[in-house]
Design a protein around this ligand. Structure first.
Ligand code: NAP
Ligand code: GDD
Length: 343
């Protein structure tokens, strides 16, 4: 019987899939929360799933939702996890301007519902439950005089997403201080991979550039090309999440590479790898601008480095290249299907 049992909200997302892999490799029993959807939403974790009737299965999925306090509470009582990772969120900053209330209900109040359920189950079972909260560099807002951002940098969110994440961040800190919960916040800067959602800028660029390279499309429409982000590899960042929960004392940590690049630089690198020039294909569309933009995020991960021993292993160039290479394979498959009359 595994002694470590983890519950992950957001297991179907980019980070959830990497974290589930990491925990399973470390011998955990892993339980993931999934939402009912009319179309399949488990592509990123299908390779981990086994028929639960088979012997030795350690990965289980459960229907629940961060807006449903009763379902969360029931799940926690049934599973009695030793660690809970709260990765579930409406995670798109631009979308949060269109759906601010929905974003707050999931990202802010949803986290509070989970914290309440954990407090309750911990009291009843008499065993500590360690909690990880997916905080975000969006809570800094990125004023130019405050770069790089670290744990002590003031928070000034500039989006409904950032404000909701800041509420969840402070509630997590409050539950740690008020009730002694082993609760840690990872203030993660942007992290990407070939599993990144296709409407985030990096994946939008690598998908479009590779489709352009094989002749499936001609243009890519983007918003602000001058915004700068500190982009790392998601596989590295889930290591930091796990390390936080292995510490004797809970705390909050910035997780970042310490290097920033503009969206324009990302385009340049991605198109160049395919032998293309980005300015021949990229066009501006003001629809992708945000009412308030975060211009520059770059993190100082000294605390994570010294306390957790965490370091990123993938450079910016390596990250762009691996995303382009994965999407080129995808674009070629799409082309083959199209040529065979399947699309
Ligand atoms: P993602 O790919 O968008 O995944 C989000 C996950 O949340 C999905 O599994 C989604 O389920 C789930 N979810 C959405 N609404 C939910 C609800 N009401 N109840 C339960 N689950 C719900 O995001 P990610 O990039 O993996 O990020 C993971 C977490 O880290 C998020 O909280 C995000 O805000 C935060 N974060 C991300 C970054 C980054 O750069 N990636 C940086 C800082 C912080 P469906 O698949 O059903 O939609
Ligand atoms: N999505 C998108 N689409 N962004 C664009 C576009 C476009 O067409 N054109 C320019 N951008 C710019 C955005 O204005 C922003 O400055 C930057 O590209 C990055 O946008 P996203 O990739 O959407 O990520 P984000 O930084 O807003 O949010 C991500 O990182 C946060 C951590 O800092 C998300 O993963 C959040 O969930 C996460 O908390």
């Amino acid at each position: 019987m595994p002694t470590n049992r983890a519950l992950i909200t957001g297991v179907t997302g980019q980070d959830g899939s990497y974290l589930a892999e990491l925990l399973l490799a470390r011998g955990y029993e892993v339980h993931g929360v999934i939402r009912r959807s009319s179309s399949f939403n488990t592509d990123r974790i299908d390779h981990l799933y086994r028929d639960p009737h088979e012997p030795g299965v350690r990965f289980f999925l459960h229907y629940a939702d961060l807006t449903d306090a009763a379902a969360l509470s029931r799940l926690l009582h049934r599973i009695q996890p030793t660690e809970v990772y709260n990765l579930g969120a409406q995670s798109h900053v631009r979308v949060s301007f269109d759906q601010p209330v929905f974003t707050a209900e999931i990202n802010a109040v949803g986290t509070l519902k989970l914290l309440e359920a954990i407090r309750d189950v911990q009291d009843r079972v008499g065993r500590p439950v360690r909690f990880y909260q997916a905080s975000s560099s969006e809570i800094f807002g990125g004023t130019p005089q405050e770069v790089p951002q670290r744990e002590t940098t003031p928070f000034r969110p500039r989006s409904p997403y950032g404000a909701a994440k800041l509420y969840a961040h402070w509630m997590t800190v409050n539950y740690r201080e008020a009730y002694g919960l082993h609760a840690s916040c990872g203030i993660l800067f942007n992290h990407e991979s070939e599993r990144r959602g296709e409407t985030f800028v990096t994946r939008k660029i690598t998908r479009a550039a590779t489709r352009i390279a094989v002749g499936l499309q001609h243009k890519l429409f983007l918003g602000n090309l001058e915004a700068r982000r500190d982009w790392g590899f998601a596989g590295d960042y889930v290591q930091a999440m796990w390390l936080m929960l292995q510490q004797e004392r809970p705390d909050d940590y910035v997780v970042a590479t310490g290097e920033s690049h503009s969206v324009r630089e990302f385009c340049d690198r991605a198109f160049s790898r395919l032998g293309l020039k980005y300015h021949d294909h990229v066009e501006h569309d003001p629809r992708y601008l945000r009412p308030t933009e975060v211009e520059h995020l770059m993190g100082d991960a000294t605390r994570a480095r010294t306390v957790l021993g965490w370091r990123p292993s993938v450079t910016f160039d390596e990250l762009v290249d691996r995303m382009v290479d994965a999407d080129l394979a995808l674009a070629r498959r799409e082309l083959t299907l199209q040529q065979a009359g399947h699309k």
